[in-house]
Design a protein around this ligand. Structure first.
Ligand SMILES: [Zn+2]
Ligand SMILES: [Zn+2]
Ligand SMILES: [Zn+2]
Ligand SMILES: [Zn+2]
Length: 173
């Protein structure tokens, strides 16, 4: 009777130890995978490499095909419209729509905020090309609407005047 009970206990102990070791290895692997460095690296890569070119491309395609709609009046933003682009979320609206939006929210005493990202509008409400080099730019044939032919004024950007986020030059390290 005793040797059998002893044998059972021994088997159970070996089983518990094996499960424990397996769990330890598993949690170590997960821990390595979720270390702050890796998470940081992932975030950095997704910011630089995936999201921003995608957003820029969507805006450019819509502007070129005349399918970008102002989210205030819900009407199309055409090549000949005066526009303003949020410096924070890159959303484009008609200049006249943003101006009336600011006037109507001005009564509340708070500084006007972007209708898309809700961040405060602390930039000039004037019609400039996207890079800001040209005031009241004329449409250029074959060029994305509201863009000029200059280089982006952000010195770290490798693009010509463009809507949406800048494309940082790739830096070593
Ligand atoms: Zn509008
Ligand atoms: Zn915004
Ligand atoms: Zn420009
Ligand atoms: Zn740029």
């Amino acid at each position: 009777m005793w040797p059998i009970a002893f044998q059972l206990i021994k088997t159970a102990l070996v089983g518990v130890v094996a499960v424990g070791v397996a769990f330890y290895i598993y949690s170590r692997q997960n821990c390595i995978d979720e270390s702050p460095l890796r998470a940081d690296e992932r975030r950095r890569r997704s910011l630089q490499g995936e999201k921003s070119p995608e957003l820029r491309k969507v805006i450019i395609d819509k502007l070129n095909s005349g399918t970008y709609d102002c989210n205030i009046c819900l009407e199309e933003i055409s090549r000949n419209d005066e526009i303003v682009s949020c410096k924070k979320c890159y959303t484009i609206n008609h200049l006249r729509c943003i101006k009336s939006h600011c006037e109507s929210s001005g009564g509340s005493g708070r500084s006007p905020h972007c209708p898309s990202c809700r961040k405060s509008i602390d930039y000039e409400l004037q019609y400039y090309c996207f890079c800001g080099s040209n005031f009241n730019p004329m449409p250029i044939e074959g060029v994305t609407p509201h863009c000029c032919l200059s280089r982006c004024t952000n010195r770290n950007c490798r693009l010509q005047c463009h809507p949406g986020p800048c494309a940082e030059r790739y830096r070593e390290n």
